[in-house]
Design a protein around this ligand. Structure first.
Ligand code: SF4
Ligand code: SF4
Ligand code: SF4
Length: 561
């Protein structure tokens, strides 16, 4: 195979894997045409989280944090074994974030630092490239204490989260805005054409309903910053930050496939450096660093003198002009120890905050089926798949609701969307088991088993129309989906401020029946602060976060009246 063919294969591979990844995120979506199983379950037809299950960094993190052999651990060998033989081929040929960084880096620029000598200099190996290894050791140490922070920077989680919760919702918002704008011109053929294009695009690109996510600016800006940095340093993220790249760099230490330099033909043109994606020193005067190379093959393809060759069992030793290559990773033991110590120290620091355990955050309503908080934080990789798939836009990334440790993990915000009783999609798509996969029967319960509860609703009598303003309203009772209803009404006759007799029905919550789904809070007609709201108390996953009466063994359902 010629080097040009191999380079073209790499390009095709990048496009194909990127499109597969993007398509899987698009398909992480509720659709009215989704099939329903015989037992009434709405199911997704594709294994939409499979790419996340292949991630060896996630598999290692969960193994350390949770002590479980995560189902993806074996799958991740599909990535690790080629790395052991071929080096960071995953980074150069497969990783969707790596490909995006590669494409953005290759857009020509007129800036001095991005062309000619400036670009050659920026493509030389730099010390900042060590940061990714120290971040890797930091995350691994935190995982050892049960805190899975690595999802913040793991490239596959980051891509899924950014595309699913920021990029695609932004596209939806722009599409809706454009459609309205064109229609507002009042030119009906144009309006019809715009509507036709919208209708054609909507099954592919748009969600069941426009999603609006909490704290999304932080995710969106972080993603934009990563992409923009490619205009300063080629593949800045892959070279300097990516903890998965670091892990693969460590595994590529014994790779038998590598770059052999022939210094006799080299005339020092530096074209290899100009096109190098990894800043790994392909030029004759530098030490070639296997752990930094992403096997893009650009150096060999561009070399006019055939002085560079990727081959099995390459000659890596020192020659007349060229220093010996190295398969070792450029890190110091002292800094690795500091990274590990920092990772170990961060976990108790996170957990001395009140968000964890001591002061259960009333707003921290986790998805139905979420495992207990401590385990949840050792499993959730913040991929955002649960948020993306939720048909009601009920799930959102946290900012500080579960402390700094839980940033970008999912919470339910009922005011934006409530949990559909017959839906179990978030558990189906969660790649790590942070949300267990429930059946509808388990979720809604029956005569013998209690439903899965994510919290409990409370009435704010000062804001409630029948309670505080002698105005009839039964919206919350109408929306409550449980059978029998968790909201019941009592007939009252009240006298309003004009001395008129007003019959009203006042709502009460039966905490025994309430699942915390949030439908009442969502539907409450009081703008801004609703008159009925859900807090996490009473959630099935926690024995501590329970209403005090239940903790004392008193059935609060029998306390009414
Ligand atoms: S939060 Fe409720 S409605 Fe949303 S995906 Fe999960 S089960 Fe479905
Ligand atoms: S809980 Fe949500 S964000 Fe966390 S791993 Fe599961 S699907 Fe991803
Ligand atoms: S949260 Fe509201 S709507 Fe849902 S079960 Fe409880 S009372 Fe009913």
């Amino acid at each position: 195979m010629t080097i040009k063919t191999a380079q073209n294969l790499r390009r095709i591979s990048q496009i194909v894997f990127f499109l597969i990844f993007f398509w899987l995120i698009l398909k992480t979506n509720f659709d009215v045409n989704l099939g329903m199983s015989e037992s009434g379950e709405i199911t997704l037809p594709y294994p939409v989280s499979i790419a996340l299950e292949l991630d060896p960094l996630v598999a290692l993190g969960i193994l350390l944090a949770d002590g479980t052999i995560f189902k993806g651990l074996l799958w991740s060998l599909v990535v690790l074994i080629p790395t052991i033989f071929m080096g960071r081929i995953f980074c150069g040929w497969v990783c969707p974030l790596g490909s995006l960084n590669h494409w953005i880096s290759e857009i020509p620029s007129e800036r001095l630092g991005r062309k000619g000598k400036g670009k050659i200099d920026s493509n030389r190996y730099k010390k900042y490239q060590r940061i990714k290894y120290y971040l890797f050791f930091f995350f691994i140490a935190a995982a050892l204490l049960g805190s899975l922070q690595l999802g913040l920077l793991d490239p596959l989680s980051l891509m899924a989260r950014s595309i699913g919760t920021a990029v695609l919702p932004a596209i939806h918002t722009v599409a809706d805005g454009l459609l309205l704008w064109i229609k507002s011109w009042g030119i009906s053929p144009l309006g019809n054409l715009a509507q036709l294009i919208y209708d054609l695009a909507s099954p592919i690109l748009l969600t069941f309903r426009p999603a609006h996510f909490h704290a999304i600016l932080t995710i969106g800006l972080f993603f934009i910053a990563i992409l923009v940095m490619n205009r300063v340093f080629t593949r800045f993220w892959c070279r300097g930050i990516c903890p998965l790249g670091a892990m693969l760099g460590i595994f590529s230490r014994y790779a038998i496939f590598g770059l052999e330099k022939d210094d006799k033909g080299c005339d020092g043109c530096n074209l290899c450096l100009l096109h190098c994606q990894g800043a790994d020193g392909p030029d004759i005067n530098s030490k070639w660093r296997q752990s930094e190379c992403v096997v893009c093959l650009n150096c060999q393809a561009i070399c006019p003198n055939n002085s560079l060759k990727f081959k099995f069992f390459p000659r890596l030793g020192k020659t007349e002009k060229s220093p010996a290559a190295t398969q070792k990773v450029d890190i110091t033991r002292r800094k690795v120890a500091v990274s590990v110590a920092a990772g170990l120290a961060m976990v108790p620091l996170y957990r001395t905050g009140d968000a964890y355990k001591v002061n259960s955050n009333p707003g921290l309503i986790r998805p139905p089926g979420a495992i207990p908080e401590k385990d949840f934080l050792s499993r959730c990789i913040r991929c955002g798949q649960c948020m993306r798939v939720c048909p009601n836009n009920a799930l959102h990334p946290t900012f500080m609701e579960s402390g700094a440790e839980g940033i970008w993990t999912p919470i339910m915000i009922p005011r934006i969307g409530y949990c559909e009783p017959t839906c179990t999609l978030c558990g189906q798509v969660c790649p790590t088991g942070a949300i267990t996969e429930l059946t509808v029967k388990e979720k809604v319960g029956d005569d013998k088993t209690r439903p899965v509860r994510v919290g409990t609703a409370f009435i704010d009598r000062g804001r409630c129309l029948p309670w505080g303003m002698t105005t009839p309203c039964i919206v919350c009772e109408e929306w409550c989906p449980t059978t029998p209803k968790a909201i019941y009404l009592e007939d009252e006759v009240t006298i309003n401020g004009r001395d008129e007799v007003v019959p009203v029905k006042r709502p009460y919550v039966d905490p025994d029946r309430c699942t915390g789904c949030g439908a009442c809070e969502y539907a409450c007609p009081i703008i801004n602060q609703p008159a009925i709201y859900v807090t996490s108390i009473g959630e099935s996953r926690s024995v501590e976060n329970q209403i005090i009466l239940q903790r004392k063994g008193i059935d609060p359902g029998k306390q009414k009246g």
